[in-house]
Structures are given as structure tokens and as C-alpha cells.
Design a protein around this ligand. Structure first.
Ligand code: NDP
Ligand code: GDR
Length: 363
């Protein structure tokens, strides 16, 4: 029997790495699209990569970019995938205010280019398509909790671009009978979450503060409320959505909400640190209750021109139709992220002890 072939865009990102691992464990031949970069950018997937000089590996990488139709058409034509997972995106909401045009090009038009590539090579009846949609579509929320039928109100160039990608996926499903679906995923994190998203920024900074590698953590809106799950659980859903009789769109969420401040408190607790919060808004600060030292400050630089204040998902449809429930609790997620960032801070500590230079970056 021929192996199922999957193509993952954004394979070098957080979800791409977990999904590639999952599909390989299911016996798929997995192809990933990576961008050209001046530095190696495959850290998250290096453990999955086998040297093609030594074997015929089930995991292969292709150079391509969502802003480059010709590369997408060539790769889809060469791989002829049974399943495509479109995970690639300029995925940072705050950065999308700085680079709105690029974000629209890659996140909105990139999705269109990929769908067109499938049609151009004549695979619209064979290739199943997953689009990485997002809870950011709900933005200024119109209903609590948010489900598949909740009206959208995007609040950033990123979310507006993803709104186009959502609807073009629906349109290609309806217009051409393609098996194409949107996973409307709420925030999901992990030890390999990008370092500038708030959860990883917190666990990384607290681990480094704990080992005296860093003095301070600067954050934006501490009151923002999010529904945080684990990426490992969520990629399973991405796969399940492509295994059904009919293509449909699903919300994936835990149904539990916490503030950024809650996340900081729980992460601090993991390293035996109790924080006392004083002040409010732009003047709020977190002090080490034992020493009185100020460790966390709000920096308005991280406020967004239009913020998404609160998100809470209702994944009942996924539960009923796909039998999915998230496995990892919020506390387990925070613990795992803290543990891994402590390990990595210990490696930096060794570097420092041996007299090599190391850097603290506040982003
Ligand atoms: P990451 O930012 O970790 O990964 C994004 C991936 O896209 C990286 O591999 C990146 O490459 C690649 N990429 C960016 N721009 C391009 C481009 N122009 N062409 C080709 N590849 C590109 O995101 P996540 O893994 O966290 O998220 C995966 C997807 O799910 C994204 O589309 C995101 O918007 C969406 N999403 C994420 C949620 C979350 O909470 N994580 C929730 C809901 C949706 P490189 O490594 O070179 O930068
Ligand atoms: P989000 O994730 O914007 O929800 O998008 P992020 O972790 O960046 O922000 C979550 C909330 O925390 C607040 N915040 C800060 N955010 C960052 N990055 N840095 C800070 O210092 C900081 N301080 C407070 C933010 O204002 C926000 O309210 C993520 C991405 O993965 C998207 O691609 C995805 O679509 C959505 O989740 C669902």
C-alpha cells in the first residue's frame, strides 16, 4: 500500500514540528516547506530529520514561500500530497501592526496561492486541505464563549488577513467541492512556542531571573484573558479534521480562561517565587515577596493599538463530532514550559560560567 503523503507549510514553527512528529508516527511520508534563511531555522524539527545521503527518509524539506506562487505550484505538483496543512503565517499579532502588508501577503494571499496551486495541478478532488484559522477572528467578542457560529470582528492586520484566509477556504470548498476545512484554534503553547509570544516570554524570563542571568521581565497588558491549551493536543485535531467524511470547520479550545497575570503567578510559583503586585495599568509592577525586589514591570511599548481583551472557546462541536477533549491542563502546561526553560537557562549558565558571552533580549 502506498504511504499517505502530507505537505506541511510552516513546518519549522511550533505546530509544524508537533504535527510532523505526529504524522511520522502514523506512518505518513511527510514533506515540509521551509523558507530560506541566513541562519539554520530547523531547530524544532532537527530531531526528525534523517540525512537523505544515508537512507530514503520519510521526512523531506523543500524550499518555498507562501509569497511565491511558483514554488508552491512546483512543490504541490512534485509531492502530490493527499493532505496539505497550511500552518505557515506571519503569526505574531503585534508584529502585524508593524508589517501589515507582508502579513496580508503571506497570511491571506498565501492561502489563496496554495489553494490555487492545488487546482492548477488538478488535485482539487484528491488533496484534503487544512487552514490554520484562529480565535483572533473573534477579536472584539460578540458572544461568550465563542463557537463556530459566533460572528467575527477582527482587531489586527493579522486577524483581518486570517479572515480572508478563512473565507477563501470556505469558498473553495463550496465552489470546487474541495475537502477544505478551517480549524479555529484558540491559543496553544508549548516548550517550543516562539520566544516572543507572552507565555514563552514569561517562562523563559523567569527561568533566567531564577539563575541570575536576567534582572527583569517587561510585559504589556496583564489583564488580557486567553484560553490556553497545549500545541501537542491541538495538532491531533488538525489531523482528525482531515479524516472525516465531510469537510467542516471546528473550534478547538479548552473552555478555561486565565489572565496574563495568572500565567506569571503560576510560572513564578513553579520556581518558588511569590509575586506581590502593586500599582495598576501602565504603572503595575510585580515584587518578589521575599526580598522586595521589583522583577516585573508593565511597559506600554507592548500595548497593541487595538487589543483583544478576552477570548474563551466552546469546543463542543469537536467533542461531539470528533470525540476530542484536550488532555493537558493549564497547570501542566505552565509546569512543562517552566521545566524546559529552566533546563535551557542552565545551559546558558554554563556558558556564562565558562566566560563566553551570552545575551539577554527583551522583545
Ligand atoms: P509559528 O510562528 O511558530 O510558525 C509559523 C511558521 O510559518 C514558521 O515555520 C515560519 O517559518 C513559517 N512562515 C512564516 N511566513 C512564511 C512564508 N511567507 N512562507 C513560508 N513559511 C512562512 O506559528 P505556530 O506554529 O504557533 O502557528 C501555526 C499556525 O497556526 C499559524 O498560521 C498561526 O497563525 C496559526 N495559529 C496559531 C495559534 C497558536 O496559538 N499557536 C492559534 C491559532 C492559529 P520560519 O520558521 O522560517 O519563521
Ligand atoms: P496572541 O498571543 O496575540 O493571543 O496571538 P500573544 O502571546 O502574543 O499575546 C497574548 C496576550 O498577551 C498580551 N501580552 C503580551 N503579548 C506579548 N506577545 N508580549 C508581551 O510582552 C505581552 N504582555 C501582554 C497580549 O497583548 C495579548 O493580549 C497568538 C498567536 O499565536 C496567533 O498566531 C494566534 O492566532 C492567536 O494566539 C490565537
Amino acid at each position: 500500500m502506498t504511504k499517505k503523503r502530507a505537505l506541511i507549510t510552516g513546518v519549522t514553527g511550533q505546530d509544524g514540528a508537533y504535527l510532523a512528529e505526529l504524522l511520522l508516527s502514523k506512518g505518513y511520508e511527510v514533506h515540509g516547506i521551509k523558507r530560506r534563511s541566513s541562519l539554520f531555522n530547523t531547530d524544532r524539527i532537527d530531531h526528525l530529520y534523517l540525512d537523505p545521503h544515508e537512507s530514503d527518509p520519510p521526512f523531506r524539506l523543500h524550499y518555498g514561500d507562501l509569497t511565491d506562487s511558483s514554488s508552491l505550484i512546483r512543490i504541490v505538483g512534485e509531492v502530490r500530497p493527499h493532505e496539505i496543512y497550511n500552518l505557515a503565517a506571519q503569526s505574531h499579532v503585534a508584529v502585524s501592526f508593524e508589517e501589515p502588508e507582508y502579513t496580508a501577503n503571506s497570511d491571506a494571499l498565501g492561502t489563496l496561492r496554495l489553494l490555487e496551486a492545488i487546482r492548477i495541478v488538478g488535485l482539487e478532488k484528491e488533496t484534503r486541505f487544512y487552514q490554520a484559522s484562529t480565535s483572533e477572528l473573534y477579536g472584539l467578542v460578540q458572544e461568550v464563549p465563542q463557537r463556530e457560529t459566533t460572528p467575527f470582528y477582527p482587531r489586527s492586520p493579522y486577524a483581518v488577513a486570517k479572515l480572508y484566509a478563512y473565507w477563501i477556504t470556505v469558498n473553495y470548498r463550496e465552489a470546487y467541492g474541495m475537502y477544505a476545512c478551517n480549524g479555529i484554534l484558540f491559543n496553544h503553547e508549548s516548550p517550543v512556542r516562539g520566544e516572543t509570544f507572552v507565555t514563552r516570554k514569561i517562562t523563559r524570563a523567569l527561568a533566567r531571573i531564577h539563575l541570575n542571568l536576567q534582572d527583569h521581565l517587561y510585559l504589556g497588558n496583564l489583564d488580557a484573558l486567553r484560553d490556553w491549551g497545549h500545541a501537542r493536543d491541538y495538532v491531533e485535531m488538525q489531523w482528525m479534521m482531515l479524516q472525516q467524511n465531510e469537510a467542516e470547520d471546528y473550534v478547538i479550545a479548552t473552555g478555561v480562561q486565565h489572565s496574563v497575570r495568572d500565567f506569571v503567578n503560576l510560572a513564578a510559583d513553579e520556581i518558588g517565587l511569590a509575586l506581590e503586585w502593586r500599582g495598576s495599568g501602565a504603572d503595575e509592577k510585580g515584587y518578589d515577596a521575599a526580598t522586595g525586589k521589583c522583577l516585573v514591570s508593565v511597559d506600554p511599548r507592548y500595548f497593541r493599538p487595538t487589543e483583544v481583551a478576552t477570548l474563551l472557546g466552546d469546543a463542543s462541536k469537536a467533542k461531539q463530532k470528533l470525540g476530542w477533549v484536550p488532555r493537558t491542563t493549564f497547570a501542566e502546561l505552565v509546569r512543562e514550559m517552566m521545566r524546559e526553560d529552566l533546563e535551557s537557562a542552565k545551559r546558558d549558565e554554563l556558558i556564562k560560567q565558562h566566560g563566553f558571552r551570552y545575551f539577554t533580549r527583551h522583545e
